[in-house]
Design a protein around this ligand. Structure first.
Ligand code: ASP
Length: 196
């Protein structure tokens, strides 16, 4: 199923809505054991977090990506996709997971940490959940705990086409001025996140 074909830096609430509903729909089907999503790397961690917060499932949802174009001499996308299939089919796999460069990360921890390397993702101090070696999953930690509070109301709102609130992120740094906040509030922003 093709939900969208965009550069993920152009991710929008419309595409996210379509993706959440497509996943929710697929995961409710008894014939579906799990979902694999191919996604650009730029906003992959945000999509992973969104799905982690919203989907009410014990089945695995695995996002994967490519750092190199398909036209490169050694593209990484096909291997990543193959690895993602190994993870989604692994016994006990659950939660929203990210597979890149032979590593498995959980949606709760994953961050894009490099703009060029093929192993562009990391899980900070937590480290990867595990690895895929020759199609075999080797876990360093347990699969993520089951999601306890999926936001079912949010899925209903999305299905009903409710508009998403506008939330902006403001940076805190030496010499930062309040004018940015004033301008955003004047322009009708409904929430602010301070990135300190
Ligand atoms: N701009 C691309 C995207 O995130 C980069 C990539 O896929 O690595 O869609």
């Amino acid at each position: 199923l093709q939900v969208a074909q965009i550069d993920s830096k152009n991710m929008s609430d419309v595409v996210w809505s379509d993706l959440v509903l497509a996943c929710d729909n697929a995961l409710r089907d008894d014939a579906v054991a799990g979902v694999v999503i191919t996604h650009g790397t730029d906003t992959l961690e945000e999509t992973a977090w969104l799905l982690h917060r919203l989907l009410d499932t014990t089945k695995p949802v695995v996002l994967t990506c490519a750092m190199r174009p398909a036209s490169s001499a050694a593209p990484d996308g096909p291997q990543n996709l193959r690895d993602a299939m190994a993870v989604v089919a692994a016994p006990g796999a659950r939660g929203v997971l990210v597979v890149c460069a032979g590593e498995i990360h959980s949606a709760q921890q994953v961050q894009k940490i490099h703009p060029y390397r093929t192993n562009a993702f990391g899980s900070g101090d937590h480290g990867p959940l595990g690895w895929i070696e020759e199609g075999v999953v080797r876990l360093a930690q347990n699969w993520p705990p089951e999601q306890t509070q999926p936001a079912l109301i949010a899925i209903k709102n999305i299905a009903n086409g409710a508009p998403w609130p506008r939330v902006e992120i403001v940076m805190s740094y030496t010499g930062a001025q309040g004018d940015t906040v004033d301008a955003l509030v004047r322009s009708g922003v409904q929430g602010l996140v301070a990135a300190a």
